[in-house]
Design a protein around this ligand. Sequence first.
Ligand SMILES: [Fe+2]
Ligand SMILES: [Fe+2]
Length: 345
Amino acid sequence: MVTPTARAAATETGGVRDADDDPQGDGRRRFEELLASESRVEPTDWMPAAYRKTLIRQISQHAHSEIIGMQPEGNWITRAPSLKRKAILMAKVQDEAGHGLYLYSAAQTLGIDREEMFDQLITGRAKYSSIFNYTTPTWADMGSIGWLVDGAAICNQVPLCRASYGPYGRAMVRICKEESFHQRQGFEILLALMNGTEEQRAMAQESVNRWYAPALMMFGPPDADSPNSQQSMAWNIKRFSNDELRQRFVDMLVPQAEILGVTLPDPAIRWNEERGHYDFGDLDWTEFSEVLAGRGPANAVRVSRRRTAHENGAWVREAARAYADKQATASAASRASAAPEKIAS
Ligand SMILES: [Fe+2]
Ligand SMILES: [Fe+2]
């Protein structure tokens, strides 16, 4: 559902406007000025149709990833090893739901309807981060997801706090604060396991072995194979290239892995004095493409669970809509009855 304000904003800017809607070029000049001065583009500003389209795609995919991302961890809520772990995991999964909602709201300010985005997701037309198509067979996966997946998300998302589109950048500020809690709780789960029994240490290591490479792939294909990145960087949406962010992530992981006592499953990792960074080996992009193409371990189940949850929640949306309508009618009626008194006084 698009809020009235968002709809008004989208209508004022013409929904999806391009150069034809800006014959004098004033809108484009202002847009270029905003980018050049590192200012924010707001929903009521003119923006090129391609910029709007790119943002709708990126923000909605990001929102879908947060919502689908609840599933692999939701899988462990009933089986968390203690009450404390259960409470932390529930809070974390709820945070992800909140992230999805902030992001759907940000996408709506660009003129897309929330129902349309939901529909794209549950009919399998929308993309979301491939990382959530992997399964979580062990408790240690809760640690690896927090440490590696949320860790990669932080590297990706901190620069997005400065994204040129205002509603997106502002949503990211809060999301990043919560992501850093997620990363720490994952690290702490692994630390507890690594200080535990032989079996627990083996479980942690086995899990890190499975999640390490997929987490590195979360930054997207190598720069040479990422043609849209340049345009996103020119629009101040993306601030660093995929390879730069991946390098930053590996540099962050290596010392943390040493503290944990886990081995990162890449024999090529070593400090490169000259570059001032850790070198690391090539990734198996064939597997990435398979998962991206929908042939990952859990692609079908993730979308079908989401569809079932959406259908089961129809009564909640209906009730919320009926309540909102009732409130709107009541406040219109009270405004109408209050008006004459105001005039009289
Ligand atoms: Fe999140
Ligand atoms: Fe998270």
